[in-house]
Design a protein around this ligand. Structure first.
Ligand code: SF4
Ligand code: FES
Length: 238
């Protein structure tokens, strides 16, 4: 007997996001760049702005990941209770009566400095070059490096939050920080899915396939996995 087809509406509906399930749709009123905007309780300023068609640049933000506010590119001015502060919009929740400005002279200047620091660290990364052009960065006052990772942490968060294994992490501190498998040794929990490489906005990872082995190279090391000799479909750690 043929299984009963689901109604179109149910089949066509994609998986619900955590955000779609938040209660209190359009429960919060705020102003963004002088425009009155409605948002859900629990939304971030970035989500409210994007829903209203207002662009805020981001680098370490991805809808599938918990925001961490690490790159500071999405900085905006937030005025509440008569006090104005600069905040990362991806981690700032909306509130009733909040006033947000996304493109004041001060914000543009902070964003230019953020991009200058990123460009000094990763001068050859396409997404950073594009941002530098966008913010009108002409001369960079910061000393130049040649890293190909700007430490947004998205690969690490994706491995932990989406794949659920934690095969890579950020080691060391400050400018010496690097993405690597734990202790720079090949991880025994990596499943070779390549989610880290797919999500990296800098395209820092190199995926290599040699016979039964699949390797993910990143700045601080490599994770290699091997195709299962029995089922030929699973990969197993080192
Ligand atoms: S490797 Fe890519 S995703 Fe990971 S921290 Fe560096 S730039 Fe971000
Ligand atoms: S996108 Fe908000 S801090 Fe990076």
């Amino acid at each position: 007997m043929k299984p009963e087809a689901k109604p179109d509406t149910e089949r066509e509906k994609g998986p619900e996001t955590e955000r779609e399930n938040r209660p209190g749709a359009a429960a919060v009123s705020l102003t963004i760049n002088g425009r009155k905007v409605k948002a859900r309780k629990g939304d971030t300023v970035l989500e409210a702005a994007r829903d209203a068609g207002i662009e805020i640049p981001t680098l370490c933000h991805h809808e599938a990941l918990v925001p961490t506010g690490s790159c500071r590119l999405c900085v905006v001015e937030v005025t509440q209770a008569g006090r104005t502060r600069t905040m990362a919009s991806c981690v700032t929740p909306v509130a009733d009566g909040m006033k947000v400005a996304t493109d004041t002279a001060r914000i543009k200047s902070i964003r230019r400095t953020v991009v200058a620091l990123l460009e000094a660290r990763c001068p050859d990364i396409d997404i950073i070059k594009k941002l530098a052009r966008k913010v009108g960065l002409k001369k960079n006052p910061f000393p130049r490096d040649d890293s190909d990772c700007f430490l947004c942490g998205m690969c690490v968060r994706a491995c932990h939050e989406i794949v659920g294994v934690g095969a890579i992490g950020i080691a060391n501190r400050g400018p010496d920080s690097e993405v690597m498998p734990p202790f720079s040794l090949e991880s025994s929990v990596c499943i070779g899915c390549g989610t880290c490489a797919a999500i990296c906005p800098a395209r820092t990872f190199t995926l290599e396939k040699v016979f039964r082995r699949r390797s993910m190279h990143v700045t601080g090391g490599v994770n290699s996995v091997f195709r299962c000799k029995v089922c030929e479909s699973h990969y197993t750690g080192a």
